[in-house]
Design a protein around this ligand. Structure first.
Ligand SMILES: Cc1cn([C@H]2C[C@H](O)[C@@H](COP(=O)(O)OP(=O)(O)OP(=O)(O)O)O2)c(=O)[nH]c1=O
Length: 201
């Protein structure tokens, strides 16, 4: 197996890579996440996923597989990133309450100077949220490092009425598409499964 580098500081992305049995090292990317004026959400998340992977690939061995990803919540065509403070988190959650939105996640792979990215769009519908539960949710601390101020995999799971698309993409890394990118680069994820089982025995 080639060495895999996860260009991310997100603990969720690391857990998702663990889930599919990939051995990797972590090297967070430092990129400017400011949207370009007039840029649509699809282009924004794809650009950032590529930017994160490419920023880390520059200082990595050429044979490494470098993975970068970006997740944004989109409602009425507007990008909701991570909240800057409690007020911003409350405003985002009020906006999402009782409505459908999209979660856009792009994953990018850089290998031997070649970059590829895939965009995954998932529809998520929230039930109506009360002011007290929004307050309690913010007090839990969970919203603060998450796009759209919620985590479907955590306490925020009780807000979600319906999801159409990729659950893992909402959490931060689309597993099917990540494995497909690795497969296309010549490194099918499943090839390392027998070795992992041996190591566990
Ligand atoms: C919508 C949603 C987002 N998130 C998280 C995933 C991402 O970590 C975060 C979106 O922020 P990102 O900017 O995509 O990622 P990050 O800053 O956490 O990490 P890095 O840029 O180093 O890769 O929101 C959840 O954990 N659950 C959810 O349900």
């Amino acid at each position: 197996m080639a060495s895999v580098i996860l260009a991310s500081a997100s603990p969720r992305r690391a857990e998702l890579l663990d889930q599919i049995g990939v051995d990797y090292s972590v090297q967070p990317a430092d990129v400017d996440e400011t949207p370009i004026e007039g840029e649509c959400p699809e282009d924004y998340v794809t650009r950032l996923a590529l930017g994160k992977a490419q920023a880390v690939a520059v200082d990595s061995p050429e044979h490494a597989l470098v993975l970068g990803s970006d997740t944004s919540v989109v409602i009425d065509g507007e990008i909701l990133g991570k909240p800057e403070n409690h007020e911003a988190a409350a405003a985002m959650l009020q906006r999402l309450s009782g409505r459908a939105h999209q979660v856009m996640t792009a994953v990018a792979l850089v290998h031997r100077g070649q970059s590829k990215a895939v965009l995954v769009v998932t529809d998520v519908e929230f039930r109506t949220l009360s002011a007290s539960e929004i307050e309690a949710y913010i007090a839990s601390g969970e919203p603060m490092d998450k796009a759209g101020s919620y985590g479907i995999q955590g306490l925020g799971g009780i807000f979600v009425r319906e999801i159409r698309g990729s659950y893992s993409a909402v959490v931060g890394l689309p597993l099917q598409e990540t494995a497909a990118l690795m497969d296309a680069a010549g490194f099918p994820v499943w090839e390392s499964w027998p070795r992992r089982l041996e190591n566990q025995a």
